[in-house]
Every structure is written in C-alpha cells, then in structure tokens.
Design a protein around this ligand. Structure first.
Ligand SMILES: *Cc1c(COP(=O)(O)O)cnc(C)c1O
Length: 718
C-alpha cells in the first residue's frame, strides 16, 4: 500500500519589495542559479535572514519577498555587508559578460551560440529549491549545465517542469516510508515565462493519445546556460493532459511514455520556435529518444526525403549517453501502449508501416515479441553512444552487441565518458577557502591541471586541513541532532526520546556515511549482514564509530521499504548508544551536508551494476575517504593509497554478497578504524590526513564535471 499525504502549500507570490539601492543587485542575482555555486552567493542571501533562509529552503526570490523592510534597511547601512554584495555583483557581471567564446579554448569545431549543444534530460538537479530531480541522473545533468556554463560551452537544455516533482520522504513510527508531494510553484521560483515573437505566451503542441496537448514553457538561468522546461498544466488542456507533467517517475507506464513524447517531440519543436538550430542533440539517457523521430519527420518534410534517406542525417546530429547497466530497463513499453499513445498519424508522417515503426525500438526489428525500447531506438539513431565509466562502457558493449551482429563485443561502437561532479557546487566553503589560499582564486580551473593542483594542495598543512574537517564534522553533528530531533517530534515520539536526539553523535568519533537509493543492487542489507560484528565495531569506548544513513525507496518498491524499516529498527538497539542515525528525505541539501563532512563514504554495490556513481567523487573533493566496492568510477579512481577497496574487483562465481561483507568488516576492523585512531603527540592522525590529501590530489583532477564536459566537447560533440 502506498501512503500519500498531500501537503498544502501556502501559496505566496513574491511581490518583491523595493530593495535599498546597495542591495538592488541581489534581485537580478536571485534570478540566476549562478549564485548557488558562486563564492559568496549563499552567504549574502543567508545573512539577510538566516531563519527565513532555512524556511524558504534556500530560495532567494522567496527570501527577498519575506525579509522585513527594517532588516533590509539595516543591512543596507552595514558597510561590510554592502561591500560583499558589491563584490558578488561585480563577480556576476564578469561571469556573465566575458565574451571569450568556447572556440578560444579550441577543439569543439562547429559549436557556437547559434549552433549550441541541445542537452535533453528527464530530470535536472540544479538546486534543491528547483525540485525537478530524483537522484543521480538529475544531479549529473545539473552539474553538466554548470560546467558547460563555467567553460563557456554553448549549450541549451530541455526538460519538463513537474508540478509535484519527486516525493519527499518521511519514516513513520514503524519505520515505514511515507511519500509527501509538494507543489512546485513557478511563481515563486526564478522561472521566466517564454514568449513568442508577438509577446504572448509560447505554446508547443504535440499530438498525444489522439489529442493535441499544449505546453507552455519556462526558462531557468543556470549561469550562461538556459534551461527550458515544458509544462502542460494549463487551462488549454484537457484535465488528464494537464497531469502529463505532474510527477517525476511517480506514475504508471502510460504517464511515462506520454512524458517522454512531450520531452522528445515537444522539445525539438520548442527549439524550432526559438530559432535555435543545434549543432548536436545530446540524449542524456534514453528518455528523450523520441526526439530522433521528430528530427526525422522534420527533415523528411523540409527536404522531401524518405525515412531511410533521412536516417543518416539524423544520426549525424544525435549523441546518446546510456546510464543503465542492465538490458531490461524502465524504458520499454508494451506495443499496445505505444499504439495508444502515438496513434497512427506519426508513423504515417514518417512514411513507415506499423511494423517498421515498432521495429525501431526493438533489438531485432522483426521480432514481434519484443516490446518498444528507447535504448534500441537511441542506439539506432545516434552517431555516438557512451557509457558513464570505463567499466560501464565495457558492460554496455556486451549488453547491446545484438544490434551489431557482425561485430565482436570489443568492436561494438560504444565508448565511455566517466562522470564527474561540479566542484564549486560540492566543495564546502571552509575547504574552498583553503583551496583559494593555496591553489589560488582560480582553484576550480587549476583542478583540471594536475601539476598545478598537486603543487597547490601540497602547500596545505595537516593542521589546517584537519581543523577545517573538524569544523565540518561539528556542523554535521549539529545537523544530525537538529534533523533527528525534528523528525522525532513530527512522528510524535516520546519526549525523552526526542530530547535524546539533542546529544547524539560525537565530533571526534570516526564517522561513516552511507546514503543512496534503496535499490537491490545497492545492497543496503550487506551492512546488516552481521549486526553483532558491526555492533562491536561501533560500540568501542576508545575507538567509537558512528554511522549516518539516508536514502529513498521507490514508492512502489515494498521490498526496499522493508529494508528501510530494518535499518530503522536496528538503530534503536540500546547498545548503539545513538551512534547510528537515519536522516529522512535524502536530497541535494542532505547530500551536501554529508559528503562535505564524513570521514568515510561507504558504497557496496553489486558489481557491475553501479554504472558510475558520483556521490563518492563529491566526498573526495572535500577530503573524505572512500570505502567502496571496486565498481563504476572507483575502479578507475582507487590507486591503493587514496581510500579503501572492498573485495578484489573481479566477479567471483560463489557467494559475492558474503565475501564482500567479510571484506567490508575486515577492512573496517583492520585498516580504517586503527588508521583513524592512530594519533601523534598533538592528537593528529598524520597517516589519515596524508590519505585525505592523496584523495584530494589524485581524484579531484579526474572526477570533476569540467573534465567531463570538456571531454564530451572534444570527443563526442564535435
Ligand atoms: C550525488 C547524488 C546522487 C548520486 O549519487 P550515487 O553515488 O550515484 O548514489 C544521488 N542523490 C543525490 C541527492 C546526490 O546529491
């Protein structure tokens, strides 16, 4: 049974008051997500009203509408604050104004502001206040846009505006997950209504289920990148169609296919209306694969070609990134569903017979027993396909070989670009300040120049790094206490139990983070495989260990919810002495708190199902150490001295779960815990800090999204 609580949202439309002139620049800055990764953007907004800032979930437009007139006047009379705002404003102008183009950086022939990359994705995790993501894929897309902006790569992005986004999670007193949906209100977000040439609201139309479905369009500014969002929740549509952009991954198969039609077909039509002629279309995961059909339809009609003649022209313009390591993904549709959603008009316009049309989505076009898959469609109609780590490239070649029967697995034309994360978004302010001091103000650029980066980081003293890390851990402890207390009160727990949250956790204890989607292959249960042994590790007076957990289960996945319930029960064990905590509602903000502050980040996926993983990359940039199964990015990153490995990295045929669990416990007992508590006369864990620096110097330059986007530009886009 799915329990859903609909939460009322008190709609407030920000009538932004007049800002005193020294603060006026904050208005335009609040309209561009650039503030969220700039040096002092969050700081300047928070300063205006820390409590309101938390209340409105770091949405600066809302903040500016709620801060009192008196507070604004007070801050406008604070010269130090005004100086900060002026600096932020000049940084913003400089960032937006630099006319230096990507081509000056070389290599991406053909890309220009008139012919940009069109980046399509079903979810975007740009910032927590714009809740259009569920997890890794969306965060990756958000980081991609930010790096494209930083690198001045011409790129526009296309997605959907979900009115209820992804669910928020609460565990009830029984430890059972409940889903809460909250309205995404464009009025209070920095979203511009996109208008047509005549100044009226632009409407895009797509024929879905034999009805013309219309979508209005919003534009978010992500630095220099425009993110366009299609939205069907308008009066012009039938009630059912208004729900096309209702929930992200919340609905059934039918909702999914109609969303994907809107994204792919509607997205291409939108770019046409904006007179944008992309140099290349990037399909980030198969959700947007229908765009290839729309490009074909368009080209056939404008140039009078047949579908077969058009295919090479479409392929020339499209590139595809696959993210799934298994063939049976979410993106397959039963034939009758495809028929119901598309009707017969579309295949007629493509000049295809019904079977030819369906064949485009099949590994074997003639096999009528196959359903319609978006990955086969994308593989067929894109000139380039890549996985998201070296290992995932290999896995994908084997997985999709059937489409190239004349080739051996090694010859299958699927390459890889390993995922990375956006450093200015994920590095904690205190650590960032150290990088600025020792590497330079342009530390984020130096990150890609290994020698400069290593030299700079070498200047960081053990004492400085450790002090900064302890400050972050203090913040984490306070965060854990605050969130746990609030959650216990909200669940109606006994007063003593709620109060106990205020003294849980310890800044000096070895802190291990484990936060990820609760899905089978992530193997949450591996950790609880031998709870007695785990208790011994945790419950040690001299060398205490504490765990912080977070993660959502898919609303329809009861098995995953049962795992969560097990964790919730286990952490109530008296002997744990409050050294294990589950933080509700894992999102970008919770992720930030965790990845910036933990000593160790644990990851135990079943090989080779972690296509890449990115959360551990965020941890490494902040000096945390990874303790992970050798899969995805960690297989490339681990060098024996920059973190810890679980298992050997080769798939063994007997019980992998048991041997990985054994390896995990052994590594904790014999390596991780002793090393962390090995202190010198000043109380510093010198060897541990040495490893932190190894983690920063060796992993930073590889696993950041500037490297990733530059690699896409050089190898995939041009
Ligand atoms: C980074 C991130 C992820 C992706 O992390 P994985 O390593 O793939 O688990 C998922 N969710 C959030 C909120 C993140 O910030």
């Amino acid at each position: 049974m799915i329990e859903i609580i609909e939460e009322q949202n008190n709609k407030v439309v920000p009538e932004i008051q007049v800002l005193p002139s020294p603060l006026e620049p904050l208005r335009s800055i609040s309209w561009n997500y650039w503030w969220s990764w700039s040096r002092d953007g969050a700081g300047c907004f928070r300063e205006l009203g820390p409590a309101i800032w938390e209340e409105c979930e770091h949405n600066p437009r809302l903040l500016l509408s709620r801060v009192s007139e008196y507070r604004l006047a007070e801050m406008a009379n604070d010269p130090v604050y005004c100086e900060r705002v002026a600096k932020l404003a000049s940084d913003f102008d400089e960032y937006m104004g630099l006319r230096q183009s990507w081509s000056n950086h070389g290599n991406a022939a053909g890309l220009s502001p008139e012919h940009p990359v069109a980046y399509f994705c079903a979810e975007f995790g740009v910032h927590n206040s714009l809740a259009l993501y569920s997890g890794g894929l969306g965060i990756l897309a958000g980081d991609h846009l930010k790096s494209a902006s930083d690198l001045r790569l011409p790129l526009v992005a296309v997605g959907l505006l979900y009115h209820q986004g992804y669910f928020r999670q609460r565990l009830n007193r029984e430890g059972w997950q409940q889903e809460v949906y909250r309205e995404t209100d464009p009025e209070i977000l920095p979203l511009h209504t996109v208008t047509g040439e005549d100044g009226s609201r632009l409407l895009i139309e797509v024929l879905i289920r034999d009805r013309a479905v219309r979508a209005q369009v919003w534009r978010a500014e992500v630095g220099r990148v425009a993110l366009y969002l299609l939205d069907t929740n308008i009066a012009e549509n039938a009630e059912t169609d208004r729900w096309v952009t209702g929930h992200l991954y919340g609905g059934d198969r039918e909702t999914r296919i109609v969303q994907e039609m809107l994204l792919g077909i509607g997205g291409v039509r939108l770019l046409r209306r904006l007179n944008i002629e992309p140099h290349v279309y990037h399909l980030n995961e198969g959700h947007s694969a229908f765009l290839t059909l729309e490009l074909a339809r368009e080209t056939m009609h404008s140039r009078g070609l047949s579908f077969a003649e058009t295919m090479p022209l479409v392929r020339e313009r499209c590139v595809f990134t696959t993210h799934t390591p298994v063939a049976a993904g979410n993106d397959e549709f039963a034939v009758d569903l495809v028929e119901r959603s598309f009707g017969s008009t579309y295949e007629q316009q493509l000049g295809l017979s019904h079977q030819e049309f369906l064949g485009l989505g099949r590994l074997d076009p003639k096999d009528a027993s196959e359903s319609f898959g978006l990955t086969p469609l994308a593989l067929r109609l894109c000139r380039s396909t890549n996985g998201v780590s070296r290992k995932h490239g290999e896995v994908s070649r084997a997985l999709w070989q059937k489409l190239w029967p004349e080739k051996t697995v090694n010859e299958v034309p699927i390459t890889h670009v390993t995922n990375g994360v956006h450093a200015p978004t994920w590095v904690a302010p205190t650590i960032r300040a150290l990088y600025e001091k020792h590497v330079g103000q342009d530390w984020a650029n130096k990150l890609r120049q290994r020698a400069d980066w290593e030299q700079g980081v070498a200047r960081l003293s053990d004492e400085e790094l450790w002090a900064a890390h302890l400050l972050l851990k203090q913040r984490l402890v306070a965060f854990v206490r605050e969130r746990s207390f609030q959650a216990r009160v909200d669940r109606g727990e006994a007063v003593e139990y709620a109060e106990a949250a205020r003294s849980m956790f310890d800044t000096n204890a070895l802190t291990i983070g484990f936060a990820r989607r609760v899905a089978g292959y992530k193997r949450w249960s591996l950790l609880l495989n031998d709870t007695e042994r785990l208790l011994k590790i945790i419950d040690n007076a001299e060398r205490p260990v504490q765990f912080v957990f977070a993660g959502k289960a898919h609303p329809q996945d009861s098995e995953a919810k049962m795992i969560l319930q097990e964790v919730a029960r286990w952490k109530r064990d008296e002997r744990l002495k409050d050294r294990a905590v589950f933080i509700d509602d894992y999102d970008q903000e919770v992720a930030r708190q965790l990845v910036q502050s933990v000593d160790v980040w644990l990851n135990v996926p079943r090989r080779p199902l972690e296509a890449s993983g990115t959360s551990g990359e965020k941890v490494a940039m902040n000096g945390g150490l990874n303790l992970s199964v050798l899969d995805g990015w960690w297989l490339e990153g681990y060098d024996g001295s920059n973190g810890f490995a679980i298992g050997s990295g080769v798939e063994s045929s007997n019980d992998v779960d048991a041997s990985d669990a054994e390896s995990l416990y052994r590594t904790l007992e014999q390596d991780v815990v002793p090393l962390y508590y090995d202190r010198d006369g000043e109380g510093l864990p010198r060897k541990w800090i040495w490893m932190m620096k190894r983690s920063i110097t060796t992993l930073g330059p590889e696993f950041n999204s500037d490297r990733m986007v530059a690699e896409y530009a050089r190898r995939i886009y041009s």
